[in-house]
Write a protein that binds this ligand. Structure first.
Ligand code: PMP
Length: 444
């Protein structure tokens, strides 16, 4: 490489606030599923950033659309002007939503999308004479965002513990697990029993005080692509209906096609009351997110004086133009179909790896939202000892070999390890082969 820049260890001290323990190399360029650092080393983006760059890097159509929009107008404040890209995108998104979910409230990220759902739920309750409802039940483990509201409904001890004194304590129920309980129930029976934990929590809290229940239909980073038994989803809706509790789906990671359908909840024809979108929505080309809500919830809030909430950059023309162009590409290239097909292929390969590496206890997920969990052994399914730090080691080894994967502690930040393999939805059969070969080498 000509003009190679110094390696990270040789670089001058930086004023950037690095969150990770390592100072990673500078990124130089990116194309498709690949990224290159300043020394010319190539990496496969096996996690699409953090499950963000769904349509891949360097997409010409998105870049050209954004350039055209920049020539026209990049920002106009929401209270001063509406803009065409936002109007268009809202209409297209509504077309992908379950019936009645017809209002799109734009934001700039996942935490903002979740925060918006919590606040609209609350204002809707107040506007409809249910001001006593404020508790939002969520699951453990879970991750719903870093702002204090979204963090209050997050079940991930390592992230919430420093802030508990500053947050309202919200009730948590265990997320269903595919195999951790050794009992005699069928998988469907287990799904119902896990769903019934929601009803138990609602009754324990007092149904009149419970505002909402929030969950990811297909789990993301905190659970390692957790998929509940089919029976779970319908039962959750029934319980919410019975007690007048709103159902919020956090589709920040699972939404916009990654699981092979537009929404993760579409696999079970779910009918949530509010939906949070982000990540793949802007696909890394622009910060972008949304809360999707039904008019029947929005109108009472507007009638009562308006939604007391919003963000400066929300729905700006540039972000919405990017979002529209991302949707164009998802449709033109049938990326949802590809995510489903390549997801099946990759999942099959991960299952094969799990047969060869006994410390892989479970492979799960839908479409290209896939994870493998490490265990001490596949009989007891006990997690690997924390000290082994398997999740960090696997990321580091794969990174050295030129594959970026995403990895976390599994059980709410407390114990267990998993890694997620979630390449961009444009990934090809050959590239899946490349990813699996490096993973194999890494696990060795
Ligand atoms: N919800 C889920 C399910 C997420 O995975 C994330 C981000 N990892 C968020 C919310 C928060 O999104 P952001 O980091 O864009 O604020």
């Amino acid at each position: 490489m000509d003009n190679a820049k110094p390696a990270s260890s040789d670089r001058a001290p930086s004023h950037l606030f690095y969150q990770s323990r390592l100072r990673r190399p500078l990124v130089d360029r990116a194309e498709g599923i690949y990224l290159w650092d300043q020394n010319g080393k190539r990496y496969i983006d096996g996690s699409s950033g953090a499950m963000v760059v769904n349509i891949g890097h360097g997409n010409r159509h998105v870049i050209d659309t954004m350039k055209k929009q920049m020539d026209k107008v990049t920002f106009a404040y929401r209270l001063h002007f509406e803009n065409e890209p936002a109007e268009d995108l809202a209409g297209r998104i509504a077309g992908y939503m379950p019936e009645g979910m017809d209002k799109v409230f734009f934001v700039s990220g996942g935490s903002e999308a979740v925060e918006s759902c919590l606040k609209l739920a609350r204002q809707y309750a107040v506007a409809t004479g249910q001001a006593q409802r404020w508790k939002v039940i969520s699951r453990f483990p879970s991750y719903h965002g870093g702002t204090l509201g979204a963090l209050a409904v997050t079940g991930y001890a390592a992230l919430t513990d420093p802030f508990t004194a500053m947050m309202k304590e919200m009730p948590k129920i265990p997320a269903p697990t595919a195999y951790l309980d050794r009992d005699n129930f069928s998988i469907e029976e287990r799904g119902l029993r896990y769903a019934d934990k929601l009803e138990e929590a609602i009754l324990a809290e007092g149904p009149e005080s419970v505002l909402a229940f929030i969950m990811e239909p297909v789990g993301g980073a905190s659970t390692g692509a957790l998929v509940a038994p089919d029976s779970y989803y319908g039962r959750i809706r029934e319980i919410c209906d019975r007690h007048g509790v709103l159902l919020i789906h956090d589709e920040v990671m699972s939404g916009v096609g990654r699981t092979g359908k537009f929404l993760g909840g579409d696999h079970w024809n779910c009918r949530p009351d509010l939906i949070a979108l982000s990540k793949g929505f802007g696909s890394g080309y622009s910060p972008l997110g949304a809360m999707v809500a039904p008019s029947r919830m929005v109108q009472p809030v507007l009638d009562a004086g308006g939604f007391q909430h919003g963000y400066t950059y929300a729905g700006n023309p540039l972000a919405c133009a990017a979002g529209g162009a991302v949707l164009d590409e998802i449709e033109r290239l049938d990326l949802m179909g590809n995510a489903a097909a390549m997801g099946d292929l990759l999942k099959g390969e991960l299952v094969m790896l799990s047969k060869r590496f006994p410390f892989i206890g479970d492979v799960r997920g839908k479409g290209l939202l896939l994870a493998a969990e490490f265990v001490e052994n596949t009989v007891t399914m006990q997690p690997l000892a924390k000290e082994k730090n398997a999740f960090q080691r696997v990321i580091d080894i794969a990174y050295d070999k030129g594959l970026i994967i995403y990895s976390r502690r599994t059980r709410g930040g407390v114990e267990g390890d998993h890694f997620l393999v979630c390449p961009p939805m444009i990934v090809t059969r050959e590239q899946i082969g490349e990813i699996v070969a490096i993973l194999d080498d890494t696990l060795q």
